[in-house]
Write a protein that binds this ligand. Structure first.
Ligand code: DLL
Length: 433
């Protein structure tokens, strides 16, 4: 089934006309209502009058994460706060998050986009969908929630954590669709097996997975242990949240909602726009967002575009599964973490030296983050009690900035290897093993 065949299967020429009209509106909206962007556009000598065809977007400057940080919290909103009915946030590069807002119409658009993603993955009104993304500032849970309701699925908003309880509810409620990160789904299968329940024997038949990158091997493993079809969907808070793109029944590529998002692939080093089929950084312009429109947002995600027709009947461009990022952002259990956030926490604590290392690894299928940091000589020779208090303090501060429980290991002074070149601060054993 196709949720919105008029738009999802539209003739390309017609789609491009709609994109152009919406692009003009968006550029005008941003120019008129967001002083930061108007100044930037003026500096580049571009404005609403320069959009005559879709390709004219290439004359406009990119929007970067730094611009979002510099305009914290509401500086890039294109509506007064009175018209905003929801706020979400994602990790910024330092202590402050990036805040995104939605008008009532934005929320309606979003639910429609999720309904597309869910339907193309195979969700129907007969399903029981268990959402184990965390409900909160993160866009994943609330975003998927309303779209799944729109499709008519019975939504179970369990939120994150407590794997035993998740498994119990799955069995008792007859959950048929898992909605969350793929890595946690593997963990859930393990926990089910430990409690004597064969995951493949449960009624779960489909996985709607996203928010982190995962390999085809992991898909095969998820499909095997759960006896399900595992699908991928992609999105990011700065653009809307989940709902940007999702797989249909032909895996590996995700249909992009092109009537709402104009996509480009660029060379991350030069900014030059690349052709379909070439790998590069995904850049997205929103076409219908009211509260928080973005022009040429650099996602930092690496993908490839394909505009050849898909056998499913949809005509929208597809993006390949995301294989990596162009920056140093880590995704730990679905939570975005910038090493610079950790550094700014460590620098704000007395008694520790500016030598640290961040280790990311897996315990079974679950990611964990460990921060190792050297003590100053004074603290090292001091009281054990003080050390314990220090560890708790660092852990709490990290938790409040990252929304993630990190392990903290205090080390003797000078115990971390000193590098002669760039310090190797991050060791991601998940990719190195
Ligand atoms: O992760 C939105 C989302 C929620 C998408 C639930 C899908 C499902 P952020 O927290 O802002 O938003 O993180 C966005 O996560 O730039 C990618 O690097 C990564 N990401 C999201 N989905 C995928 C995916 C949500 N399917 C950042 N594959 C993005 C690979 C993904 N990476």
């Amino acid at each position: 089934m196709i949720w919105d065949p008029r738009y999802e299967c539209m003739d390309r020429a017609e789609l491009q006309l709609i994109q152009l009209e919406r692009l003009k509106e968006t550029v005008a909206r941003v120019y008129d209502r967001v002083p930061f962007c108007r100044e930037l556009f003026d500096a580049y000598g571009v404005g609403p009058a320069h959009i005559r065809e879709i390709g004219d977007i290439r004359r406009f400057p990119f929007t970067t994460k730094e611009a979002l940080r510099d305009n914290y919290p509401y500086g890039l909103f294109a509506v007064p706060l009175k018209e905003v009915v929801r706020l979400h946030a994602s990790s910024g590069t330092t202590g402050k998050p990036v805040v995104v807002g939605y008008t009532r119409r934005d929320l309606d658009t979003w639910a429609g986009l999720i309904a597309r993603v869910a339907t193309q993955a195979g969700v129907t009104g007969d399903d029981v969908a268990q959402i184990y993304f965390g409900y909160g500032l993160f866009t994943g849970a609330f975003g998927l929630h309303y779209g799944l309701e729109r499709v008519g699925a019975a939504v179970v908003p369990v939120s994150a954590g407590n794997a035993e309880r998740q498994v119990m509810l799955m069995r008792d409620f007859g959950t048929t669709v898992l909605v969350g990160t793929p890595s946690y789904a593997l963990h859930l299968a393990e926990v089910a097996a430990e409690t004597g329940i064969d995951p493949a024997g449960l009624p779960v038949r489909l996985g709607l997975f996203g928010a982190e990158s995962w390999t085809e091997d992991m898909r095969a493993e998820l499909e095997r242990v759960w006896g399900i079809k595992a699908t991928d969907n992609y999105g990011l808070s700065e653009v809307i949240g989940p709902g940007v793109a999702g797989e249909c029944r032909y895996p590996g590529w995700m249909h992009i909602a092109e009537d709402h998002f104009l996509v480009e692939i660029i060379d991350p080093d030069t900014g030059a726009v690349l052709d379909c089929g070439q790998e590069g950084e995904l850049v997205i312009t929103t076409l219908t967002k009211e509260a928080f429109p973005v022009i040429r947002y650099r996602t930092r995600d690496i993908s490839v575009l394909d505009r050849t027709p898909c056998p499913c009947g949809r005509t929208t461009a597809r993006m390949r599964k995301v294989t990596g990022r162009t920056d140093d952002m880590l995704i730990v259990s679905g939570v975005n973490v910038f090493p610079s956030q950790i550094e700014s926490v460590l620098m704000s604590v007395d008694g520790i030296a500016p030598h640290y290392q961040i280790i990311v690894d897996k315990n079974g299928f679950l990611d964990y983050l460990e921060v190792r940091v050297e003590l100053t000589q004074e603290l090292f020779t001091g009281q054990f009690r003080d050390l314990e208090a220090l560890e708790v303090k660092i852990r709490r501060r990290l938790n409040s900035v990252l929304s993630l429980n990190a392990r903290v290991r205090l080390l003797e002074p000078r115990s971390l290897e000193r590098s002669t070149g760039k310090a190797r601060r991050v060791i991601d054993r998940r990719v190195e093993s």
